[in-house]
Design a protein. Structure first.
Length: 147
C-alpha cells in the first residue's frame, strides 16, 4: 500500500543571516563600485544621488544581515561617499551636520532592510505554522485513514 505524505512536512527554519564580515566586504566593494560608476556616468560632485544609491545598497545588504552589521555597513558606505563622491576626491573630511546626517541616513537604511527581512521571515514562519495546524494536526491530511 502507498502512503501519501506531504513533501513539506515539519517546520522549516528561518534563514540564518549572513556573517557581518561578509556583509561589510560587500558594502566596501559595492560602495566603491557604485561611486565609481556614478562618477563616470553622471560626474563627480553629486552627493545627493550618491547618497540615495548607497542608501539603497545599505538596505539591500541589510536584507541578509544581522542588526549588528548595520553600523559597519553605514560607515563603509559613508567612507566611499565622503572620500570619492564629493570633491576633492580621495580626501576624507567631516562637515559636522552634513556627515552626521549622511551616516544617520545610511544607518537607517541598513536597519530598515534588516527589519524588513526579519518581519518577512517572521510572517512566513507564522503562515507555515498556522497552515500546518490544519489538516496535519487533526489527522485528516493525505494518507490519514486511507487504508
Amino acid at each position: 500500500m502507498v502512503e501519501w505524505v506531504p513533501l513539506g512536512r515539519g517546520a522549516r527554519p528561518v534563514p540564518q543571516p549572513v556573517a557581518a564580515p561578509l556583509v561589510w566586504s560587500g558594502a566596501f566593494c559595492g560602495a566603491l563600485a557604485l561611486v565609481a560608476l556614478l562618477n563616470s556616468v553622471v560626474g563627480p560632485g553629486r552627493p545627493g544621488l550618491a547618497l540615495s544609491v548607497l542608501s539603497l545598497l545599505a538596505a539591500v545588504l541589510g536584507l541578509c544581515a544581522r542588526f549588528t552589521a548595520a553600523p559597519g555597513t553605514a560607515v563603509l558606505c559613508w567612507l566611499s561617499l565622503n572620500g570619492f563622491a564629493i570633491p576633492p576626491a580621495g580626501t576624507l573630511t567631516w562637515a559636522g551636520a552634513r556627515d552626521a546626517g549622511w551616516l544617520a541616513c545610511l544607518f537607517a537604511a541598513a536597519l530598515g532592510g534588516t527589519a524588513l527581512a526579519r518581519i518577512r521571515h517572521a510572517r512566513a514562519a507564522y503562515r507555515r505554522l498556522t497552515t500546518a495546524g490544519g489538516y496535519e494536526a487533526r489527522g485528516t491530511g493525505w494518507g490519514a485513514g486511507d487504508d
